[in-house]
Ligand binder design. Structure first.
Ligand SMILES: [Zn+2]
Length: 381
């Protein structure tokens, strides 16, 4: 589940060394919550001025997302204490996401990292509840803190549902991992549970919508659908890793990558791509294969400059690109490619190019792996 690959995100700051981003989809939910709160306050407190309804609606919405951020910081701080790198926290349409650089090393780490989020939200719920009691004389502050207490409680409880990738699903996985000692088996169990939790959410959302709460119902169904695809994605990933067992980089690379001259202009290169249908090429510079160029890299250059820019100027030279050695396990290569968000990786033997790995070539390698052929590859949905 990588948000970086879909839509753009905006960096809003850094907390504890972790970059915090707003994903483009977040603005929709922020506007929606502010609007629905202003409407709700208008109905509950008709004596207030519209300005008051809107100020409180926006303020509550901001503080709600601060709460979501603090929930994510709860996970991140524990992850950092476990010496796991935290790359970023992103707020998006369905809440928050901490991108932790590595999987936890053991079941206990996973357990405490997962639990930290809901515990943080329960604490926030308690604090906001106390604040609502202390400010009972002010109707506005009372409504604000009361709503925030309720929302943080719901956030914590919702996240404890035992389906991966929700926090509760991770807690479930850590317990299964601790009992079975098998991370992949535990993930498979938790992801299956995640599918059932998602189906239940979608069904409950539809019931709610029919019963007269269309917005809330459709919303819940959408979250269920999002979680369903995330659970399926992790199952596919586990199956993929299983199918790659025993394979090395040299088993999943392609070697028939066409070579073009670095002196070619981008205009000529674009025609070559159209003519051959190949999306990336090795580039030869003074008789040596010196790097790789892809259609994607060319598209970053303004169209008007294609006639006077050489392929050599936009290629990625071997020295400035992530590469694999022929003996590196294929699973490790796949993890690095996913971690870095890259779609192709050259395989180098010393300074010599020997092949290129793409996501398609890895998949092809997994499907024809002689070591696991005939075995149950599980669900590929
Ligand atoms: Zn969480």
């Amino acid at each position: 589940m990588s948000l970086a690959s879909s839509g753009s995100r905006y960096r809003i700051g850094r907390i504890l060394g972790i970059s915090v981003y707003l994903h483009s989809s977040w603005f929709i939910i922020f506007a929606l919550i502010s609007y629905s709160l202003a409407t709700q306050f208008t109905a509950q407190h008709p004596a207030w001025r519209p300005m008051q309804h809107w100020t409180l609606g926006i303020l509550a919405s901001v503080l709600f997302f601060v709460s979501v951020l603090v929930h994510e910081l709860g996970h991140s701080m524990v992850a950092l204490r476990c010496r796991l790198p935290v790359n970023s926290i992103t707020l998006f349409v369905f809440g928050g996401l901490s991108e932790i650089g590595r999987e936890p090393e053991n079941a206990k780490q996973e357990f405490v990292i997962a639990l930290a989020g809901p515990v943080t939200s329960f604490l926030l719920a308690g604090l906001f509840f106390a604040a609502s009691r202390l400010t009972i004389s002010s109707e506005m502050a009372g409504s604000l803190f009361g709503w925030l207490a309720e929302m943080n409680f719901i956030l914590a409880a919702f996240n404890l549902a035992p389906g991966f990738p929700l926090d509760g699903g991770r807690i479930f996985r850590s317990i299964a991992w601790g009992i079975t000692g098998d991370f992949n088996r535990a993930t498979t169990l938790a992801a299956h549970a995640g599918q059932w939790v998602s189906y239940a959410m979608i069904a409950w959302g539809i019931v709610q919508a029919v019963r007269g709460d269309p917005v809330g119902g459709i919303w819940l169904a959408f979250i269920g659908w999002f979680l369903l695809s995330a659970a399926r994605e992790s199952l596919t990933h586990i199956n993929m890793c299983g199918s790659l067992e025993g394979l090395r980089a040299s088993d999943v690379m392609i070697t028939d990558v066409p070579v073009i001259s670095g002196g070619m202009t981008l205009e000529e290169y674009a025609q070559e791509v159209v003519r051959t249908g190949r999306r990336f090429h090795n580039v030869s510079v003074s008789g040596q294969i010196a790097g790789v160029v892809s259609l994607h890299a060319v598209q970053q250059i303004p169209r008007s400059e294609w006639g006077m820019t050489s392929v050599q100027a936009v290629m990625q030279p071997w020295g400035r690109i992530h590469w694999a050695s022929p003996s590196e396990p294929a699973v490790a290569v796949l993890k690095r490619m996913q971690g870095e968000g890259i779609s192709l990786m050259p395989v180098m033997h010393g300074s010599q190019w020997v092949g290129t790995i793409t996501r398609d070539s890895i998949m092809g390698g997994a499907e024809t792996n002689p070591r696991v052929s005939g075995a149950d590859n599980g669900q590929r949905s």
